[in-house]
Design a binder for this molecule. Structure first.
Ligand code: MG
Length: 158
């Protein structure tokens, strides 16, 4: 059996009045993450961790922010496509572990819904998806609520 690990990292700007998509669901908040797609950082870091694990470049390589096809795209579509690519290469997912770094709002109440949503998109058990949230203790761009950061580690095997 071949086991591989991958890591993903992403940052998006927070903009007042913008819809806040995270983990495939809409989070009620004054600000939302801004980007070429729907800027769902949880989906993006999972994509990058999976692509890294399979040595298949990164999300920007496959879904360029210069390509109008991906303008405003639901990142669940990108994640589903990455899953298709990973499975086509013969891999299955062991687990993914996501950390979101965000000052506000508190994400804990939303994490079960994110896990349910992503388990459906990825077609893996909810138990194989961990989503954790932390603040940056009011330090830096996250602390000033100018942006959101995300990290993910993924384990795949074939
Ligand atoms: Mg991104």
């Amino acid at each position: 059996m071949k086991i591989r690990v991958g890591q993903g990292y992403d940052v998006h700007k927070l903009v007042e009045g913008h819809p806040f998509w995270l983990g495939g669901i809409l989070i009620p908040h004054t600000h939302g993450a801004f980007g070429h797609s729907d800027a769902d950082i949880v989906c993006h870091v999972i994509c990058d961790a999976l692509l890294g694990a399979a040595n298949m470049r990164n999300i920007g390589y496959h879904f360029s922010d210069k390509d109008p096809r991906w303008k405003g795209v639901d990142s669940k579509v990108l994640l589903a496509e990455v899953m298709r690519m990973i499975r086509e290469a013969g891999y299955e997912i062991s687990n993914v572990d996501v950390t979101v770094v965000l000052q506000e709002p508190k994400l804990n109440p939303h994490i079960p819904a994110m896990k349910t949503c992503l388990a459906g998109v990825m077609n893996i058990p909810e138990d194989d998806i961990a989503i954790k949230a932390t603040t940056s203790e009011h330090l830096g761009f996250v602390g000033r609520q100018e942006g959101i950061a995300g990290h993910c580690v993924a384990l795949i095997w074939k």
